[in-house]
Structures are given as C-alpha cells and as structure tokens.
Design a protein around this ligand. Sequence first.
Ligand SMILES: Cc1ncc(COP(=O)(O)O)c(C=O)c1O
Length: 307
Amino acid sequence: MQHNTDGMWVNIGGRLMEPAAASVPVLDRGFLYGDSLYEVARTYGGALFLLDEHLERMEGSARLARMVLSQRREEYAQEMIRTVEAVRKSPGRGNSDVYCRIIVTRGTGKIGFSLKNVETPTQYAIIAEPIDRFLPPDFEKGSSLRIVERFRNDRRALDPAMKSGNYLNSLLAYLEAVASGDADDAILCNAQGFVTEGTTFNVGYVRRGILATPPLDSGILEGLTRRHLLRIARELGIETREVDFPKERLHEADEVFTASTLKEIYPVTRLDGRPVGNGKAGPVTRRLAKAFSAWARASVGRAAGAA
Ligand SMILES: Cc1ncc(COP(=O)(O)O)c(C=O)c1O
C-alpha cells in the first residue's frame, strides 16, 4: 500500500510505528461507541507545551467518563515526548514543531455497554506530525465564523467539559457552518441561547476595552489557552468577565477572537457573513495574541532549562 507519512509517527500502547502499520481493533469501544478521550498538545522549540496540564485535564475527562486510566500521567507524558522525538528525527524535520494527539479508549472486548465486556485495560494511541499542516494562515486574515443553529451539548447530556472521542456534535456544527459557503468554522450556543464555544476552540469578545468570554458553567471545555489568556489579560490590566451572553453581543463587539492550542489567540474578522468591527484584527486581540505567544515560548524555554 502506498503511503506518504510526511514525518508522521504513531505510538500504539508504547510501540512506535509509521501510520500505515498502525491499526485499532474493530471491537475497541472507542470505535464502537466513541468511548474514548483525547488531548491535543503542541511543541514550541521541540518541547511539549503545558503537557502536565493537558494530562491533568485528561484525568478530569476520565473521571467524568467513569474511566479508570491504566497508565500513570508520567507514562503518557514520556510516550508523548518519545513520539514527538521520532517526528523530529525524521529527515528534514529536526527543527519542526510538532502536533501531538493522544487518544485513550476504555478498551476492547465484546459488544455491549456493560463493563464486564471490556477485556483489556484502557488502550492508548499517540499521533504526532509536523505542525505546519495545522497552523492557521495569516493572522491578519483572521477567521470567518458562523453561529450555527445546532446547540452545544448540554452539560447534563455529553458534558463539554469532558474531552471525549465523541465530537459529532462539533463536527455537525462545522459542516453546517461551511455549508453556508461563507465560514471556515462554527460557534455554538446552548439551549438557553447563550454563546458557548467553537467546534474546537473557545471564544471571547472585546467591547470598550473589556474582554468577555462564556463561563465554564455555560457548557464548554476549559481550554488551556483560555485559562492562561485570562490570567495574562489580567496581568496586562485588561478587565475580564466570564459571563453568559447572547449571540447579538458578538455581532456588536469591537473584536472577536478564538483561543486554542494550535491557533493560540486568533482574530475573527467576519461573523455570520458580516465584518467584525472594521473587519481587521483589533488592537486588544493583537496585544493579547502577542503576549500569549511570548509567554508560551518563554515558559517552554524555562521548563527545558530547568530539566
Ligand atoms: C471544544 C473545544 N473547546 C476549546 C478547545 C481549546 O482548548 P485548548 O486551548 O486547551 O486547546 C478545544 C481544543 O481542542 C476544544 O475541542
């Protein structure tokens, strides 16, 4: 079979291999039911950023999923680092930053929800590849987003605080947005009519210099980018509010931005087919993006120096 790995490496339960050699059993519960969890981390200068916080969040997801992880945090961390290193040892990839995804499934066994059917410990796979393919285009261009009709999952249904392998809600929202022909991605509201988050990113807006973002209890994933952005904004003296707001607030905002591991802080320049503010990345978004990016790169440098 022909394949082009482009520097991608896969780690299945501690065994490193090329993607073409990697497979998962058809009776894996991740495949059968979406009964799995995941995290996406990235490197700066080759070092995985906020690795411990990602794995801590995964442990929180496991608690929400009533899943008992078979590996300790240190083992997942070590294997993620090893997989990243394999990418960086690929020809011409020595200086690449790396995208690194870990997936943990409840295990493999017989069909049927009962845990008695699970015949293995939790299983994990790690996929790492050069980050280039995931990086956003130009910061100045920003995103064009659509606030879709589809609701974000209710916290009492599939709690968005759990980063599970069941992303169909987000995927359908994405497809709804791009079908409009004028959007790259989607923002979702909850059933109460308040804005929650994007498909794979948190959102915030700026109005009269104040930064607002939906609160955790609106039904969102607590993004690590969002968490550190709020801290950095406060340190810069920018007033921040975690409040519920309807979608009209985003339409009236001076600036709208997204926050996620891969795109960091990124401007939304069009929303629902209209420009946001003057249609350009705004001054507060610019300032925050710059501060976040500098802190991220410096904090990884400090961690590496301390090791
Ligand atoms: C639904 C959702 N919200 C927010 C985020 C952003 O989280 P982070 O900043 O930790 O990447 C993600 C990331 O994948 C996500 O899937």
